[in-house]
Design a protein around this ligand. Structure first.
Ligand code: NAD
Length: 257
């Protein structure tokens, strides 16, 4: 692993433009389970509550589950070391953009500013009638479904439900990043969700080196990954941080083994 971390560090230092591409796995160590797999949210909940047609038919029923997953539960999560290292890389000029499939706002809370949220953000609620947006903290979820203060329309979390299109801006930003990046740092995603999973493939076609962090191989690993850093996001990113920013040696010298 040490050699691979060193190789990844050199590539990241030489890169003119690096993009991070993150999935649910980067937030697992913040206490947010992924959707799929063992311990995933779909073992406990029915994914139909995130289907747009189902939501429109039964907003109150959908909201009971949505509130429990995304507001009572997600709301408590804090960024972990992997989010913080990406934010530091951005601040220090080593990361040009973060594209995330996550909707938990943890990259922003860690300090990342150049973010493309491919699937939106659970911290914003959108009125389906007048399209006014609210921060989730402004709206009481005591009674569901929550409604718009202006027009009384039903509010929906402003993230992409099954059956909805990807918002134009993050899509355009992701395509641009895929075409101009020297390096794609892919963290914690199975690569099963379309069309997000096409972005790293596109980057590879345009010549990017793919560095992947995941405890398990993903749909990318055998096909496009150049350097597979197998491990949990926080462990691997802390090791990378030590080599990318040598002053961090004081904090955790024996992190590399
Ligand atoms: P996924 O659920 O399909 O896969 C999670 C991936 O993370 C797996 O490859 C797994 O091996 C890996 N993983 C598990 N623990 C890890 C760790 N500690 N460090 C690094 N990787 C780890 O996730 P996906 O590919 O992002 O697709 C799921 C979809 O669900 C996304 O579109 C996302 O919007 C949504 N989602 C988001 C959140 C969130 O916002 N935190 C949570 C669940 C699901």
């Amino acid at each position: 692993m040490t050699d691979k971390i060193k190789e990844a560090t050199l590539i990241l230092k030489r890169s003119r433009f690096t993009t991070a591409f993150t999935g649910a796995g980067i937030s697992v160590e913040s206490g947010i389970p992924s959707f799929r797999g063992s311990g995933g949210l779909w073992e406990k909940y029915d994914p139909k509550v995130l289907d747009l047609n189902y939501f429109l038919k039964d907003p109150a029923g959908s909201w009971v589950v949505i509130k429990e997953i995304f507001y009572d539960f997600f709301g408590m999560a804090k960024p972990n070391a992997a989010h913080l290292v990406l934010a530091r890389m951005e601040r220090e000029g080593l990361l040009g953009r973060t594209i995330t499939q996550n909707i938990d706002n943890l990259h922003q809370e860690a300090g990342s500013a150049i973010i493309s949220e491919f699937h939106g953000n659970s911290k914003t609620l959108l009125c389906l009638q007048c399209h006014r947006k609210y921060r989730s903290g402004e709206i009481s979820l005591e009674h569901v479904p929550p409604t718009c203060r202006e027009c009384g329309g039903i509010l929906k979390p402003d993230f992409v439900f099954f059956g909805e299109a990807i918002p134009q801006l993050p899509l355009a930003e992701a395509y641009e990043a895929a075409t101009l990046s020297d390096v794609f740092l892919v963290i914690g995603t199975t690569g099963e969700v379309m069309p997000a999973n096409q972005i790293p493939f596109m980057a590879k076609e345009y010549g990017a080196t793919i560095i992947e962090v995941n405890p398990e191989p993903s749909n990318f690993t055998d096909k496009i990954t150049d350097i597979f850093l197998q491990g949990k996001a926080t462990e691997v990113m802390k090791k990378l941080e030590i080599l990318l920013f040598p002053a961090a040696l004081d904090d955790d010298q024996d992190g590399i083994d």
